[in-house]
Design a protein. Sequence first.
Lengths: 619, 350
Amino acid sequence: METQLTLDERLSTQSIIVNDFSITVATVNGSGSQTSNAAILRAIFKMGIPVSGKNIFPSNIQGLPTWYTIRVNKDGFVARKREADILVAMNAATFSRDLESLKPGGAFFYADDIRFPISRQDIVAYPMPVKQLIRQVEIPPYLKDYVANMVYVGILAQMIGIDLEKIRQALEFHFKGKAKPVEINYGVVSLAAEWARENLEKKDPYYLEAMDATAGLILTDGNTAAALGAIYGGVQFVSWYPITPATSLAENLQQYLPKLRKDPETGKNTYVVVQAEDELAAIGMAIGAGWGGLRAMSSTSGPGLSLMTEYIGLAYFAEVPVVVWDIQRVGPSTGLPTRTAQGDLTFVAFMGHGDTQNIILLPGSVNECFEFAWKAFDLAEQFQTPVIVLSDLDFGMNQWMGRPFEYPDQPMQRGKVLWEEDLEKLDGKWARYLDVDGDGIPYRTVMGNRHPKAAYFTRGTGHDEYANYSEDPEDWHALLNRLKKKFETLKPFLPQPVAEKMEGARINLVSFGSTEPAIQEARALLQREGIASDFTRIRSYPFNDVVKEICSTYERNYIVEMNRDGQLHQLLRMHYPELSAKMISYAYTDGLPLTAKQIFDFIFSMEKQNERTSISNGC
Amino acid sequence: MREQASPTDVKVVVNAIGLTKADYRGNPSTLCQGCGHNSISSQIIAACYELNLLPEEVVKFSGIGCSSKSPFYFLSRSFGFNGLHGRMPSLATGALFADHTLRGIGVSGDGDTASIGMGQFKHLLRRNMRLVYIVENNGVYGLTKGQFSATADQGLELKAHGINPYMPIDIAWEALVGHATFVARSFAGDPKQVKELIKAALNHNGVAVLDIISPCVTFNNVDTATHSYAWGKNHETALHELSYVPRAEEILLEYDEGETREVELHDGSMIILRKLGRDYDPTDREAAMKVLEEANRCHCLITGLIYIDPDQPSMWDIYQLTDTPLNRLREDQIRPKRETLQELNRAFQA
């Protein structure tokens, strides 16, 4: 048990802590704190220190509490941590709870107009005269509330050592170089920093020191990465309907497309973005465009995907390429619309009535959000089928470090499309659903092809190889089985799992998506306890049998995911029942990104239990 | 029309682009004998033939239902997509962006449009996508065997379902209220009017809604039903006699001064409306509302071009796409250059 120390004893015994702590900023939603938090985050990143930023926000426009957590870690472990070392309290409504949540020895910065007693003696409390400082700033009154949050940026900068010049650069990034807002906000930051320099005495142990660990890296969110990846994948048609947390993907497309995708000579557009009336229409439009030969996509989240299911089933059956991003949030139902989860995996794997299959891509970093965004179009067109990309809110809306985006390393794969000259050569002899090459992938034509034999009639009803209506049992059976063959053909073309080894590992941690940072940190914690582990991150579905080979080599595979039922675990056991005994599920969902400690605690206790069982069994 | 010698030396009639009527036909219809939908399909074929449209430059869409099967029965040389129930408008909207030089024809029914598809129908209108949207309106569900549709009259009695207690939806009204830029009502039993309306609609720069009463001979054709042949024949009041005249074609129709109204479309072609008893101005939205209300009040089938606004920008005017159809752009036209990505990366870097 930890002995109770007074604050002074604690401070005198502990040494300073550099580049290894968490900051939580508690504010009121809609008060402009996003700019402040983004500035702190990017400034730390620009100081060369590994960092991540996560917004724990409510489904609300203005008024409800919101928390922003920043994790700084010199070793690069930037998964969410539950406890804050530094807390910035700007919200009276959560003041007591925020104060309570701070770690002993932590630093508590609070707006001094919040008149609550500071009930704890084991923390360092710093009052911030927010209102008083803002009064000194010459700006229109309507802006005062918004820039008030810059006060804590300045005070925090002074007290933990954020480089003010980097804050200015971060503001320039945020305001896209617009001088006026940069000047106003930076003015408040420097004023507050100066006040802190003169009035506050440093008593907490937390310091930042510039490093060189982020040189060359980028800091961005998964939705920006996905939008840019789609643009470099040649996206031509986007139809979407607003839904948190997918909205910013489409908005990023709207922001970047006009800059990147106008015909250089005429200034005309080579893309279309339509905000549809709902998800039913968004997917209908995207499938229409995909059928017409465009690289077409939509972005949504779970509830929207539920609405899209019928049309995606038709696209699977009629063999229409389309890409749909599902930025997962917490379901069922409206659930927790502003929180993260990985709960749509089995839904997407089986979505649609009848026998259906979908290609699922599972990006695990902002880089993969970019890469899979362009690859998704290649796969959709090559295999004439819907591709669903499963991201989540944590990726989509939070800030992640990554390598610079890499330009596509292969030409576009447009698949088997016959144009006029191709049909000329074939003397007009072709059939839409005929498996000419024996790979299950037929040839297609697209509207606008003027060859008199180009046209065919696409339908969701039973059809023969010539696209004619058919209720013939043999036609139906042959068609469904050809589709199955097509899915066998495409498996090797999907992104393979990434595997990481550790000396002496007998266990394997298996995951997908956004949980890797927490898992990597958990592996380091396990290693410290003498438990070596390997790591496998699955990047697509249907699984390639490499997954089976990998998992069969371990005594135990821990399947780690953010949902209740262990959906990846379910799919793995369904496909590889012979490995069931080697697969242990760690599935947890509460709306927040997993922490390393949660994963560590589970695996550590399981491994200890296993050790005891082995000993008692005399092994 | 001109004649051309075929190999067997039989005279074959062809249109100005050398195609025969057979080039516009579809597969044999599997709808009931006498179904109004078949007669509409025939008029689509005739209209395209007479307009000298290359079938490859027309694209067909439909939802689900008897009406939505019909695109298979005309224009076999045109691409077609039979989508989901009530969701043809979105499918057509997306697809038409692939090649803006094509003309779209969407065929829907009263179930497909006025029930499950009402939302997409309304939003198609407000976007003014260039699409001919034909509702084959028979007041009844055919494929599921005789349930009331949302356009069925209040008090209509059907064999298996008794008396309809609800108020009907008026598709032309909905179109007008929804800012459709071309609203017409017609009757499958009036093939000439149907054909001329389709020709005009195909040349309208925007969405054109044709609410065509198309009797269901199997489930809803008793003489007192407003969707029946007999009722239509006895109650049709045409607003005008309508002719579509393509641009650069001499106006051969001879009318006395003051007898006609002319509406010029964006491409310079004309719709000529010969007055029948009244001087109806289809560019007057208020007059259009009045005439629809009058039709409801007098319980009669007023047909013709109810409303047209040839000047409203269409989706093509709004989106400013390249002249080359989007689906023919090359890779280098849709994948930005490498340097642009390096520039973006720099902005995100530390």
